[in-house]
Design a protein around this ligand. Structure first.
Ligand code: FES
Length: 125
């Protein structure tokens, strides 16, 4: 994996927050439109901010690494800030991605946004 940053390799080999969450406040599954790889994300929300994230991703090393990094970086963030998260910010958080792998960072941002949308629709029910 020479083309990847040390952070990508490290998070791919030791993913943080991977797994299931009991009774999440919001959850979503998103597919990457470019390659079809998938990420399921579950969130716990407290006082309008992300308290905890769990995820399951079937994808390439950058998809796993960006899922891991994103699951750490958004903890404590207000929901609106997470909704504004861009794929570039996610890619930067893993030290950048090779040009042909930049699309891989879209999964984490998209899935988190969708999980918040799910949380908001549950809160209105
Ligand atoms: Fe599909 Fe990376 S090749 S997310």
């Amino acid at each position: 994996m020479a083309a990847y940053s040390d952070l990508v390799v490290e998070h791919f080999q030791n993913p943080r927050n991977a797994g299931e969450m009991d009774s999440p406040d919001g959850e979503a599954t998103k597919s990457n439109p470019v390659c079809g790889d998938r990420m399921r994300v579950m969130i716990r929300v407290k006082d309008g901010a992300i308290e905890e994230v769990r995820w399951q991703t079937r994808g390439c090393p950058p998809a796993i690494a960006t899922s891991s990094v994103a699951s750490e970086m958004v903890v404590g963030w207000p929901l609106a800030k997470v909704e504004a998260l861009t794929r570039e910010e996610v890619a930067d958080a893993v030290g950048g991605l090779p040009k042909d792998k930049v699309h891989c960072s879209v999964l984490a941002a998209d899935a988190l946004r969708a999980a918040i949308e799910d949380y908001r629709s549950r809160s209105q029910a």
